[in-house]
Ligand binder design. Structure first.
Ligand code: ATP
Length: 444
């Protein structure tokens, strides 16, 4: 499994998907930069989520600030409770989250890093929030936090959005944004990082109707993954039981993807009851109640939350796309992205750099580029150019060749099957759009 991950990390760097943050300085642990192709992939995932979640009558989008009033994090429970149990090695000074150590290591006090025995400390609570200061004074009164989740920006804006958009219950608020957690151990590439992006939606419902909306959103969210190319066969549910349930949750289910290192949570769907709005009322002293003009009562809504990591989803798409296969005795590496999330949709390639072929190809690029991200490549043998596009997951290559000069048609080559067919230039735009729309993963 390390093997696949190593190959993927290397491809991501080589082909401009993901770079280590501050690499020239040796990198910063738990932080990654999205390169030209990675940023397109991430953006496509976010766009797909944004459309699914907000292009509907009952959900509005917002973009709240990352820095918030410090009392927010007292009310939310993060100041007291957003901690992981941390264990130190007294010998080599390595640090571990206690659930990353085995029973045997814990019993013997043996450090997995240096191997010494009886060197591990008892676990102590470590708060995962990054701290900073607002304004020039660096004292406790100026202390603020980088948000560890986007949800709180939604709770504190609940009444603003409701009033401005004149919503009745139930309705939701969605947002995409950065979140920061000072994780004790970062690992598995984009899976557990210190800076990442979340896509969260809080759905405010009438008390007593939580269960039906919880089921509704479980189904909606489960069905969304196939649309970005993550099939049901790789996904699973995990229900939180007993101790696993967060302080705010009445019920919680994770949607997991089968990563090479095991099942990993990508999204959580939570029934949070009225915990958050109730706490913000208590800590702010302001009413966050919704006036119900049917019953003429003020009610505190309950919340169903869907919380997904954009970065983790990006990682699942990368892992899932990676394929190696043998073609005519050669190894072919192909990223089988769903065309909807693929960073480049089309490459246009003149077969040779003469006979007007580059000019015709450039005209095709200009025409397609108004609606699709297109790559132009005229360098090297055509087979090698196809392979370069396979490796970054470009679903269609359009080749301008000698037949083009005779009858204004081009070759369209499909990434997955490598099948080629001829298409008239003036039908090309519609043809590609149709292929993207009707694409099915190989083997289905
Ligand atoms: P985990 O148990 O893996 O730490 P969590 O249960 O704390 O995750 P939530 O607080 O429910 O996660 O956050 C919602 C989503 O945010 C997760 O499903 C995941 O996709 C993403 N996420 C959380 N922490 C990280 C992280 N350190 N790096 C990348 N994505 C993260």
């Amino acid at each position: 499994m390390g093997d696949v991950m190593d190959k993927l990390v290397s491809l991501c760097k080589r082909r401009g998907f993901i770079f280590q943050s501050s690499e020239v300085y040796g990198g910063l642990n738990g932080c990654w930069d999205y390169g030209p192709l990675g940023v397109e992939l991430l953006r496509n995932i976010k766009d797909s989520w944004w459309k699914a979640m907000t292009y509907r009558e009952d959900v509005e989008g917002i973009d709240a600030s990352i820095l918030m009033h410090p009392r927010v994090w007292e009310a939310s429970g993060h100041v007291d409770g957003f901690t992981d149990p941390m264990i130190d090695c007294r010998s080599c000074k390595a640090r571990f989250r206690d659930d990353t150590l085995t029973e045997a290591q814990l019993e013997a006090g043996q450090c997995p890093n240096c191997g010494n025995k009886e060197v591990l400390t008892e676990p102590r609570a470590f708060n995962l929030m990054f701290k900073t200061f607002v304004g020039p004074l660096e004292d406790d009164s100026a202390r603020a936090f980088l948000r560890p989740e986007t949800a709180q920006g939604i709770y504190v804006n609940f009444l603003n959005v409701q009033t401005a958009m004149r919503h009745k219950l139930p309705f939701g608020i969605a947002q995409i944004g950065k979140a920061f957690r000072n994780e004790i151990n970062t690992k598995n590439f984009l899976f557990r990082t210190r800076e990442f992006e979340q896509m969260e939606m809080q759905y405010f419902v009438r008390p007593g109707t939580e269960d039906e909306w919880f089921e509704y959103w479980r189904e909606e969210r489960w069905n969304w993954f196939a649309g970005i190319g993550l099939p049901e066969s790789k996904m699973s549910w995990h229900e939180h039981q007993g101790d696993e349930l967060a302080h705010y949750a009445r019920a919680a289910f994770d949607i997991q993807y089968a990563f090479p290192f095991g099942e990993g949570e990508i999204e959580g769907i939570h029934n949070r009851g009225d915990f958050d709005l109730g706490r913000h009322e208590e800590f702010s002293g302001k009413s966050l109640r919704f006036f119900d003009d049917q019953t003429r009562e003020k009610i505190l809504p309950s919340v169903i939350e869907t919380s997904i990591g954009a970065s983790r989803t990006c990682m699942a798409c990368l892992v899932h796309a990676y394929h190696e296969e043998e073609v005519d005795g050669d190894k072919r590496v192909v990223m089988r992205f769903h065309p909807r999330v693929a960073p480049l949709k089309v490459a246009v390639l003149p077969l040779v750099k003469r006979d007007n072929m580059p000019d015709i190809a450039r005209k095709i690029v200009a025409d397609l580029r108004s609606s699709l991200p297109v790559f132009y490549d005229e360098g090297g043998a055509i087979g090698r150019r196809y392979r370069r596009m396979d490796e970054v997951g470009t679903p269609y290559c359009v080749t301008v060749d000698s037949e083009t000069l005779e009858n204004d048609t081009v070759t369209v080559r499909e990434r997955d099957s490598m099948d080629q067919s001829r298409v008239a230039i003036d039908a090309l735009k519609a043809d590609i759009a149709q292929r993207i729309e009707t694409w099915k993963p190989a083997g289905d």
